[in-house]
Design a protein around this ligand. Structure first.
Ligand code: SAH
Length: 277
């Protein structure tokens, strides 16, 4: 798929639904564009919100690529079943390792074996929490393969066998991995050069330096009796930058003591005092 992303591979076409395939065929392709490959029971969920605005425009321009692998195509029997009851009993269904393995083999067949160049990730509430730092390393890879779970998740053996990394988007449980996959892809794609028009905004925003972003304002200057802080209208760039830094620090300290400690550590400051160490 790296060279021929819109080609159909027999009945196991990389993209089983109209919308992602359309996006994949009608746009110019840059040969080395970063690629997300998603194994899912619901390929029609893609590109979803990723097809809108800046990420959608970048997808059409070929700055990144998106392919889906329809897990159902690898199922067994008349209904193409992909799941079965949990060993040991209990509620729900578990995705079968043998069927998932076929989809994974198909998805991995033409990508680099080195997982730093091309990570293999299962979206999972048990996974390592996703961060801005991880989005940055993902954006520096050549692409990634994402596995979206459904039901009670996947058979543990397939995770062990392929050495699959588990990544969580937060401490709550979703119905399926598709939304989580879109979260990872969105956060990563916007870090790819030229996807956002204004690259500076990526460097200044929340988490880039362990700080939450300062408050933002725009016109009108007075709204419902609330004025934009004078300093932002002063045209004094150094003072504006200083105000923003102070506000970012204030918000981070108030809302995210964990980030505030990391920030202070990286800046040689005492998290409990206002003085530099
Ligand atoms: N029984 C599982 C939850 C299954 S939820 C458990 O308790 O751990 C069904 C699927 O949704 C999962 O397989 C996973 O792919 C996805 N999912 C749910 N919550 C998620 C989260 N916080 N982060 C990433 N993926 C999640």
């Amino acid at each position: 798929m790296t060279d021929t992303p819109h080609k159909s591979h027999g009945r196991l076409s990389m993209s089983a639904t109209a919308s992602p395939r359309e996006l994949m065929t009608d746009r110019p392709r840059l040969k080395d564009a970063w690629e997300a490959r998603v194994i899912t029971l619901f390929p029609e969920a893609f590109p979803g919100t990723l097809g809108l605005s800046l990420t959608g425009k970048a997808l059409q321009e070929g700055l990144w690529r998106l392919g889906t692998v329809d897990l159902r195509q690898f199922g067994e029997g008349r209904h193409r079943n992909i799941d079965d009851t949990p060993a040991g009993g209990g509620a729900g269904m578990v995705m079968r390792p043998d069927i998932l393995a076929r989809a994974i083999d198909h998805a991995l067949r033409d990508v680099p074996k080195d997982r730093t160049r091309w990570p293999l990730i299962y979206l999972s509430p048990r996974g390592k929490p996703f961060t801005q730092a991880r989005a940055r390393t993902l954006s520096q890879a050549e692409g990634m393969t994402l596995i979206c779970g459904r039901f009670e998740g996947v058979d543990e053996r397939v995770i062990e066998h392929y050495g699959i990394e588990e990544v969580s988007i937060g401490d709550y449980v979703l119905t399926g991995g598709e939304i989580a996959a879109q979260v990872l892809i969105d956060a990563t794609v916007r870090l790819i050069p030229r996807v956002l028009g204004n690259q500076a905004s990526v460097e200044e925003e929340s988490f880039s330096a362990f700080l939450l972003e300062h408050p933002q304002y725009t016109k009108p200057a007075l709204w419902e009796g609330r004025a934009i802080p004078d300093i932002l209208l002063s045209g004094h760039h150094a003072k504006i930058a200083e105000w923003r830094r102070v506000e970012a620090e204030r918000l981070t300290k108030e809302r995210r003591p964990d980030l505030w400690r990391a920030y202070c550590e990286s800046h040689g400051r005492d998290p409990d005092g206002d003085q530099e160490l």
